[in-house]
Design a protein around this ligand. Sequence first.
Ligand code: NAD
Length: 499
Amino acid sequence: MALKTHQDWLDARQNLTIRAQALIDGKFVAASSGRSFASVSPVDGSTLAQVADCGQEDVDLAVAAARRAFEDGRWSKRAPAERKAVLCRLGDLVRAHRDELALLETLDMGKPIADSTSIDVRAVANCFAWYGEAIDKIYDEIAPTPSDTLALVSREPLGVVAAVVPWNFPMLMASWKVAPALAAGNSVVLKPSENSSLSALRLAELALEAGVPPGVFNVVTGWGPETGKALGLHMDVDGLFFTGSTAVGRFYMEYAARSNLKKIGLELGGKSPNIILSSYHDIRHAAETSANSAFFNQGEMCTCPSRLIVEESVHDEVVDVLLAQSKAFAPGHPLDPATRFGAMVDERHTTRVLGFVDIAQEDGATLATGGKRVCMDSGGCYLEPTIFDHVRNDMRIAQEEVFGPVLSVITVKDVDEALRVANDTPFGLASSIWTDDLSTAHRAAKELRAGLTYVNCYDCDDMTVPFGGFKESGIGRDKSLHALDKYTELKTTWIKLSK
Ligand code: NAD
C-alpha cells in the first residue's frame, strides 16, 4: 500500500531494514578491518546505521571479484538480450520497492520524500530499463574497406569499471554509471558517498535478485581519501567514472596518471548562469521557474542556476517574484509529503554554505532574504532559501560553487554583457536564457560555453540526451547512448579475405 501521510512515513521508518555492510562477490560483508562509521541522518541528527568502512583490502577483494566475474563471462558474455531482461527486471524491482528506497534516500541525505519517490526512484527505475532496452538494439560497424579485406569495428566492454559518486542524488548518480556499464557487459565496483551509502547497498541487493550474477555489481562503502583513492589507484580497474566536485575530480585524474592510466570520466561541479532578458514575454514565469530551479533539492544540484543574470530593465520585477517565490521553500520535515525543501546533507556542509553567506556580505552583496540556519530544535540541518542582490560576477559568491540554496542576482545592460558574464566562470555545466527573440536564443545556444543550454525553461530532463560539462565541469557524458562510449573500447578487426 502506498504511503500517503507524514505519519505513514514515520511509521514506515520504524520498520525499515537497513543494510550497511559492503556487498562484495554477492555477499554482505563487514570491512576487513572491522571498522565502521556512523550514518547520521540530517533530518534529525539520529544515527541510522554503522556503515562498513572499507579499506585497501576490501577494495582489492571487490576488484578481484569483479575481475573474476568479467573473465569467466558470467555476465560479460551473456547475449545482450539476456542482459536486457535482467536490467529491465531490476527497473521493475526498483519500482516495486519505491517507498523503501525513497525512505532510505530521504533519511540518509535529507531531501523531501515527495522528491525521492516521484523523481529519484522513478528516474533510477527508468535508467535501468532504458539501458536494458537499448543494449540489444545497437549494431557494430563494417568499414568500407577494399573488397579483399573485411574490417569490423566493434564495441568491447572495458572490463572492471569503478564508479565513485556524490550524495545529492545518491542512487540516481550511481545508476547513470552502473546501468550503462552493466548493459555494456562490464563488472562494476561502486563507491557511494560516505554521506549516502544506504540506498546503493539496497540497489545492489535488488540487482542480485533481478539476476545480475554475484561479483558483477559490488559496493564498497567508505571515505573518499581511503576507499575512493584505493579504487582510483588500483592497477586492475580498467575505467573509473566519477561524479563529484571539481577539486576531487582533479585527484582522480592524478590517480589514473599515477597508476595504470585507466580510462576516466568526470562529471563535476557547476556555477550555472541563467539569463532573463526583457524580450521574454512572461517575466513572472521566468523568475518563478528560476527560483524553483535554484532551490530544488535544497540547491544541492550540480546544475543549480545559482547566477541569475538579469537585464536591468526587468531587474525589479524579477527580484520581487524571486522573493515571493522563495517563501514556497520554507524548510519542512523531509518525511512530510507536503514538504518541498528539506534538510542540508550534514553539519559540515551546512556550515560551509553559511560561510558563503558571510563571504558574500563581506564582498558587498546585498542579502535580500534568508541566510540563516533554522529548525534548530529538530536536531537536523536546515537553512533558509537565500537570495543575494547586487552581486558582481567577480565576487566569490558568483565564482565558487556553493552547492546550497543561495541565489545570486547579477544585473547587466544588455544581451552582450549577459553572455560575457555568463561565460566568465571556470565551470561549464548548464546555462539558460529566457527570450522570445529567435535569433538571440540561437546566438546564446551557440555562445554559452556549457554542456547544457535551456531556452525558456530550466532542468528539462530525459534519458535520451547526454549530460555533462565543458571546461572544469568535466570530461565525458552521462545518459543517452553516448554514455556507452565511456564503458566500451572500440576494437578494429582486420580480416584478409582469400580470392
Ligand atoms: P565530493 O567531490 O566531495 O565527493 C564525491 C565522491 O568523491 C564521494 O564518494 C567522496 O567520498 C569521494 N572523495 C572525496 N574526497 C576524495 C579523495 N580525496 N579521493 C578520492 N575520493 C574522494 O562531492 P560531493 O560533496 O559528494 O558532491 C557534490 C559535488 O558533486 C558538487 O561539486 C556537484 O556539482 C557535483 N555533482 C556533479 C554532477 C554532474 O553530473 N556533473 C552531479 C551531481 C553532483
